[in-house]
Every structure is written in structure tokens, then in C-alpha cells.
Design a protein around this ligand. Structure first.
Ligand SMILES: C[S@@+](CC[C@H](N)C(=O)[O-])C[C@H]1O[C@@H](n2cnc3c(N)ncnc32)[C@H](O)[C@@H]1O
Length: 209
């Protein structure tokens, strides 16, 4: 027989947060902590959720421009019961420019960003000097940045952008990138590319103190 006086429920889980609310109120009042692990372009959300499940004491924030993906992953986060996993429907550029304060990101994951292979579309690529500069500011001292791509053209582009970035130690030095995945699960795209026999390039950095 069900308990007629169950303990009060915890606050309802709201994995989707508004960028504007985060900007106006700050991270701590909305997420419960001043720092987050950030994933940009979480796609199907498997990596973000896996990381959040493994470290319940940390806050995880996923940024995604696809509304459909945000809605889909929000349902998965609720089903999985991950109160430390938050999603925001916003471009990373906006979050880094207007929302995330300096030293508020512990680690940033960017896996398989869209390669935009045509030359006339290169300006749409996520990894650009201005974005990297903002990311470095958003990372706390000792914070990590991990970028993975399967696309040779984008790999060379990222290597060039990152060669000009200040404030980061390259963990694969003297090589610009490595072929070993940092300790984390595969993402959906990565799994697909590897199954097709493509190789991945992993760019890994630590913010200098
Ligand atoms: C190729 S998918 C990779 C998805 C996932 N990271 C993976 O590895 O399976 C790239 C994702 O980045 C998202 N995206 C593209 N530009 C973005 C931006 N400026 N800010 C946030 N997300 C972005 C896309 O909507 C898409 O879901």
C-alpha cells in the first residue's frame, strides 16, 4: 500500500535553462554552482549525460543550436534522472560572449563540430580565433579544452587556429594533436566515423595558471 504521507518531492527537474536567465541571474542561482563542465554541440547528448552521471557533484551544461536535439536530450535527461545536467538552446558564441563569466568553465568538450567543407562556408566553422580567445577566458586556471574532429581539412584549420591561441598548454606537444581519445565515451558521430575506418584527431589543452 502506498505511503499516504510521502516525503516531499525534490524540486522538479528542469534540464533546459534559458541563456537569458543564466546571463541575468548568474550560474550559481540557476544551476546551483558557479562553475560548469561545458559541452558545445552535444548532438544526441550521450557524452554529456555519461559525464554527468559519473560526477554527480559537478554541474554539466550542454549548448546546442538544434531545438529538436535540445528537446530530445531533455527527455533523456529527465528519464535518466540527472539533476546535475542542464541544457541550453543557444549558440556557443553567444554563451561565451555574453553569458559565461571568466573562469566559470572547468572543462570544455567539443566533439565533431560541423566541418563546413566548402571554402565559402569556412567562416561558419565553430573553431575561430575569437571563439577560442573567449573560451580561454571562460576556462578556470587548470581548466581543460578538448576538441575532436575526423575531418582532415577541419583538423588542419583547428591546428592553425590553436597554434595562434595564447594561454593554453598543448597536452599533445610537440605534436599539434594526438590520435588517442581522452578518457571519455565515444560520441555518436565519432562512432560512425570510426566504423567507416576514418581516423580522429584529438586536440587537448590545459589553461595555464
Ligand atoms: C556534427 S554534430 C556532432 C554532435 C556530437 N557532438 C557528436 O559528436 O556526436 C555537431 C553539433 O553541433 C551543433 N552546433 C553547431 N554549431 C553550434 C554552435 N554554434 N553552438 C552550439 N552547437 C552547435 C549542431 O547542431 C550539431 O548537433
Amino acid at each position: 500500500m502506498p505511503d499516504p504521507h510521502p516525503a516531499p518531492l525534490a524540486a522538479p527537474l528542469q534540464p533546459v535553462v534559458e541563456a537569458e536567465e543564466l546571463r541575468q541571474r548568474g550560474l550559481e542561482p540557476v544551476l546551483g554552482a558557479p562553475c560548469v563542465v561545458l559541452e558545445i554541440g552535444f548532438g544526441r547528448g550521450e557524452l554529456l549525460m555519461d559525464l554527468a552521471a559519473a560526477r554527480p557533484q559537478r554541474r554539466f551544461l550542454g549548448a546546442e543550436v538544434s531545438r529538436k536535439r535540445v528537446a530530445r536530450v531533455a527527455r533523456r535527461v529527465i528519464r535518466a534522472g540527472l539533476p546535475n545536467c542542464f541544457l541550453v538552446h543557444a549558440p556557443a558564441e553567444y554563451l561565451l560572449e555574453r553569458v559565461l563569466p571568466p573562469a566559470s568553465v572547468e572543462t570544455c568538450w567539443i566533439c565533431c563540430p560541423d566541418p563546413w567543407p566548402k571554402k565559402r562556408h569556412h567562416k561558419r566553422r565553430l573553431i575561430q580565433p575569437a571563439l577560442v580567445e573567449r573560451l580561454v577566458t571562460a576556462l578556470g586556471p587548470g581548466g581543460e579544452l578538448h576538441i575532436a574532429t575526423d575531418h582532415p581539412g577541419y583538423r588542419d584549420w583547428i591546428a592553425e587556429v590553436m597554434a595562434g591561441a595564447a594561454g593554453l598548454d598543448n597536452l599533445n606537444a610537440p605534436a599539434p594533436f594526438g590520435d588517442k581519445r581522452p578518457e571519455r565515451r565515444l560520441t555518436a558521430y565519432e562512432q560512425e566515423w570510426l566504423a567507416e575506418g576514418r581516423s580522429m584527431a584529438y586536440f587537448d589543452y590545459r589553461r595555464v595558471s
